[in-house]
Each structure stands twice: as C-alpha cells, then as structure tokens.
Design a protein. Structure first.
Length: 343
C-alpha cells in the first residue's frame, strides 16, 4: 500500500552531466539476449526479468550506483549501493514498501515508462522462519464454514484478504460464563506475522448460540481499530474488519486484542469453539466460570474441517479458579473447543 507522489524533475538524471563527454554505448551483457528492435530514445528494452531490465537501464544511463543512491535519498528513499547491486544482479529483489517505492523512482530516474520495472517483479521470495507460512495450504471458506453462504457473501462484500497472508503465531481466547450459566464475554488476543508486504487488515467472524437473540458485538479493540462491520441478526453472525496499527512489511509482526459481547439466550451455554482456516503455532482456550455456576463435567473436543463428529475428546480438570483450559501447539486447520455439563 502507499500513495504515489508527484514526479520530481530533479530526479531525471538520464544522460551525461553538463560539460562531460558523452558515455560510450554500453554493451549488452553476454547473458542477456539482445532485443529484436532498437529501444526508443536511448531506453533499453528489457530482455528478461527484473534484474536484466534494471541492469540494462543502469548501463544505458551511464549513472553510477552511488549517484543513483544519492538521487533516491533526495526523495526520502534510502537504498544502499550494495542493495542496488544485488537487485541488478538478481541476488535479491525489492519486496518492502519502501523498496517498491524506490523501484517506481528508479523508473523515472532511468527514463523508463511507468511500471516497466515493477511489472517484472514476481511474488516475494521465501526467506526466514516465517516464509513457510506463505506456501502452507489453508482452507477455503466453504471448507471451514460449510453451508454458511452468508459468511461467504459478507467476505465478498468486504473484499476479504487472502487467508495465508498473515501467519498466526498465537491466539488466546478467554471465554466467560456468568452465574446464569450463559456465556457473556470473549476476550481475544492474536500475535500475527505478515507473509507478504503491505498487510493492513484482517477479518474476524463470530456467531452466537442458536438460542441467542441478536448478534455478538466486537468492542474494546486494542493495538488496532475496528473498521467495517457486517451483521446478520437472523443468523447471529457478525464479521468485523480489524485495521492493524500499521501496514506490515514481509516478516513484520504485531499484536491485536478485542472483546466480543455475547447476546443472552434462553438456554444455558454448553460450549465454546474456534474454527481454524490456517495453522496456528499456539492456541490457548480458557473458559472461566462464575464460582456460582461451576460445571460437573468439562471436556475438550477436536474436529476435522467441516466435520460434525468429534475426532478427539479429552476430559479437563476445572481448577480452584473455576476455569479450564486447552493448549494446542501447532494447531492445524479444523476446530477446537470445550464443552461442559452441570448435571
């Protein structure tokens, strides 16, 4: 993401400096095949990918990498000579927001048409520990919410970002059950990391119990802000857009928190669960019961994506704090929940 600033004529340094002899025509590097037609106005025609096109343009301009670096710095974009050298040799490619802006300025500086270089950039190259998340398979919406067309419609309306662009490092849900045996509050905390550049938002989905009237309400957003919200009262559904504190570059992490106020229903609440479309390194679910409404039995359950039958059950201990919890390291797509009974 970013805005395009007006072009500055001071950057147009193509050609020799005043009083300096005209540079000799730069030969085409042997590894790059010569273009079929001569480029217009002394501009090199790109013969290959981004690195080839950038190298040809720099050679044709007669500018040194240090002079290019200085011209970029005048416009507030700092790129080292080493980085520029890596770009032209194909050892790395621009990926961060500041680097992509540098590419657009390079097009102007080297006398290239707009998007000549940026159009040649492929997807970000995997690197670092977070890179694996970009290629990890994630569930489609219809896999994790089968039969819930309303959710698909809302996601389309909000132009939902791709599910894999945020790696979920940690999710911590704290669910509260009051003395009337009804769930009334959820506190949620997520630690995420970007697998691509320019990530600025994510969507969250919450559904009320079937017996409840109305929709859950997302409140108390911290380390971010609440954007657009779509409610479907007939389904007890709310989809909220969480705007992150800042756009994330590739590999950047952030933390955000929010609360969900749960509408009251006629029957006691008997369970809470979360569905996962992507893997999560660590999921923690805590259910807190009012001391006046501690259940007699409590268990964890897991389900495969879209399944209606449990694939795992495990009895949980309710401690002196009147709470039970589940720890799920390396949680894969599917469903994890806690259910309980009073009698």
């Amino acid at each position: 993401m970013g805005s395009q600033n007006p072009q500055d004529a001071r950057l147009r340094l193509v050609g020799p400096r005043p009083g300096a002899p005209a540079p000799a025509a730069a030969p085409v590097p042997p590894a790059v095949p010569a273009p079929a037609a001569a480029p217009a106005a002394g501009r090199p025609a790109p013969a290959g990918g981004f690195a080839d096109a950038l190298n040809l343009a720099i050679e044709a301009s007669g500018l040194s990498l240090d002079r290019i670096r200085a011209a970029l710095a005048q416009r507030g974009v700092r790129v080292s000579v080493t980085t520029l050298s890596y770009w032209r040799r194909g050892r790395s490619q621009p990926e961060r927001a500041s680097s992509l802006r540098a590419v657009h300025l390079l097009e102007e500086l080297l006398g290239l048409p707009h998007s000549t270089l940026s159009a040649l950039l492929g997807p970000p190259r995997p690197r670092g520990r977070w890179a694996a998340a970009a290629t990890t398979a994630h569930l489609r919406l219809e896999d994790i919410w089968p039969g819930e067309q309303k959710i698909a419609d809302v996601f389309a309306e909000l132009d939902a970002p791709p599910a894999g662009e945020l790696e979920r490092l940690s999710i911590h849900d704290s669910y509260y059950v009051d003395a009337e045996r009804r769930g009334n509050l959820l506190r949620m905390r997520q630690v995420v990391r970007a697998t691509v550049g320019g990530v600025a938002r994510c969507l969250v989905v919450h559904m009320a119990d079937e017996e409840a009237s109305g929709c859950p309400e997302i409140t108390a957003v911290r380390h971010g802000r609440l954007g657009r919200v779509r409610r479907r009262p007939e389904a007890g559904l709310v989809v909220g857009e969480i705007m992150l504190d800042r756009p994330l570059a590739l590999g950047d992490s952030t933390v955000f928190e929010y609360e969900v106020e749960i509408p009251s229903g006629g029957a006691p609440t008997m369970e809470y669960s979360r569905r996962f479309a992507v893997p999560v390194r660590e999921y923690v679910l805590q259910v807190h019961f009012d001391p006046a409404a501690v259940p007699a039995h409590c268990e964890r359950y897991d389900r495969a994506p879209g399944a209606e039958v449990d694939r795992r059950r495990e009895q949980l201990w309710i401690g002196a704090s009147a709470s039970a919890h589940v720890l799920a390291p390396d949680q894969q797509p599917g469903l994890v929940g806690i259910r309980w009974e009073w009698e």
